[in-house]
Ligand binder design. Sequence first.
Ligand code: TMP
Length: 213
Amino acid sequence: MRAKPGRFLTVEGIEGAGKSCNLECIQQFLRDAGHPILLTREPGGTDLGEEIRALLLGHKHHGMSVDSELLLMFAARAEHLAQKIKPALERGTWVLCDRFTDATYAYQGGGRGISPRRIAALEDWVQCGLHPDLTILLDLPVAQGRQRAARRSAPDRIERERSEFFERVRSAYLERARGEPKRIRVVDASAALPAVQAQIRRLMADYLAGEGA
Ligand code: TMP
């Protein structure tokens, strides 16, 4: 008998939204509910993807064109889908991914100004209709996110962008959430961590109940 396909869950947000601790919380929640989990990230998730990540986020290629940046994101994604995401879903593993194509619409679309139509063309080509089942968007004001992110390691090539860039990223994320309210659930990430995690646990419990999972 074939395994019931897994679900594809993603977590998104601007810098400093608290993705890392909240991913741990979601992973634990799903494990407790008895689901096998693959936790992975974009750009990255495979050997080739991690090398592409280093090119995208390192400081060697500051003059990279916006189209090269977009295509590298999708090259990493194509590898990730082929090597990890699709095989995991097929064997019934739930995939929890730190960012996916909503980040491309937000960063390369909103942030860099690439038309959503061009992104959609690559999305159709690379994903062949595969989309996340549920996306948690951790939303908070840009200034607060930047303050939190500044306490961490040195900023990468994209984190060095100005606040206006992240305002556009945040707006693009929220616009996508308004367009797909059933899939993209917005969590107020400006609150203290226990309150954020309580929101996430409620939302996950609703999702699992709705899925009968
Ligand atoms: P992070 O996941 O460690 O926060 O860093 C990944 C960076 O890559 C972050 O600045 C967002 C950016 N990014 C894009 O610009 N487009 C994408 O499609 C993805 C997945 C990430």
